[in-house]
Design a protein. Structure first.
Length: 308
């Protein structure tokens, strides 16, 4: 019977489910497995007994809160964000116990995670963005078509405010780029994004150099051996570029999207327009960029004002 399984055995069955049925990434498996292992170890120490699946159905909301308090304290306390991720893993674990092992526990739903205040976006400056876009062409170790591809991808992220996944989802049939791109973002929400001439020219330059025959329904951006270009390549490219340019670790591909919004706001664009361009469901998400713009304004004031 499932109820007779130990908690450790249930954890292994859950991880096997995540790996083979849900196709979870190795990083997710490691994080979820670690969280569940700490959870079970805490409960067994707390109760001074080995824990079974039946015992997991009897875990109280108070015990879960005590576990979170335990993670919050100690020599290496977890941040609110890490606590929230750990609780999310445990909720997923209990959902598996309910659906696959007929071991429900309604108390888990009574536990709220810590409040997480989203940090202000960390964009790059206009000069730094220009450097990131120009630097791929200066790499002597990269073939011309690869440099043109990297330049096109980064120009697309900054010029259109796209997420990496959105930029890499473009098909060959999308190019040459029209004046407006139809982008499907998070939650299947579709938005229209204007295309600057500089973005169109960068993509055209890549198409003139790419050595592969691109099928109309195939991915626009290709890796070195002709397969689809992955987000890890874009992230690694920007990491190398920021090292050469002396930029901080916050200079990431997603920072180009932040910079797109921040620079538009600084130039006078209104928040509603920026919300539409980014595809944010809520205006409150877009309003985070006002914090960045206000900080930049204050910095410029302090640097320039004779009384500052």
């Amino acid at each position: 019977m499932a109820a007779a399984l130990s908690a450790a055995q249930a954890r292994m069955a859950w991880l096997d489910h995540l790996a083979n049925e849900r196709r979870a990434s190795p990083r997710t498996l490691e994080a979820y497995g670690f969280a569940a292992g700490r959870y079970i170890a805490f409960l067994e120490q707390h109760r001074a007994e080995s824990l079974s699946v039946k015992g997991l159905t009897e875990v109280t909301a108070g015990e879960v809160r005590a576990w979170l308090a335990h993670l919050r304290g100690g020599e290496r306390p977890l941040s609110p964000r890490s606590l929230s991720q750990a609780l999310s893993a445990i909720r997923t674990f209990h959902r598996f116990l309910d659906r696959r092992l007929d071991a429900p526990n309604a108390a888990i739903g009574l536990v709220r995670g810590p409040r997480i205040k989203p940090g202000a976006p960390r964009p790059v400056t206009e000069d730094q963005a220009a450097g990131l876009l120009a630097e791929p062409a200066l790499d002597p170790d990269r073939e011309d078509w690869e440099a043109a591809r990297d330049q096109a991808v980064l120009t697309l992220l900054y010029g259109c405010g796209l997420r990496i996944s959105e930029g890499l989802s473009l098909k060959r049939s999308d190019a040459p780029l029209a004046d407006v791109l139809r982008i499907t973002g998070k939650g299947g929400k579709t938005r229209m994004v204007p295309v600057l001439p500089a973005v169109r020219e960068a993509v055209d330059a890549y198409l003139a150099e790419v050595p592969f025959a691109l099928e109309p329904d195939g991915p626009l951006f290709r890796a070195k051996r002709g397969g689809p270009l992955g987000p890890r390549h874009v992230q690694a490219t920007v990491q190398a570029l920021r090292g050469r340019l002396g930029l901080p670790d916050s200079a990431t591909p997603h920072a180009l999207r932040h910079s797109f919004a921040t620079h538009l706001l600084g130039a006078g664009a209104d928040l509603r327009s920026i919300q539409e361009l980014l595809g944010h469901a809520s205006l409150s998400t877009t309003q985070r960029y006002t914090e960045v713009d206000a900080a930049a304004l204050l910095g410029a004031y302090n640097q320039a004002h004779p009384r500052a």
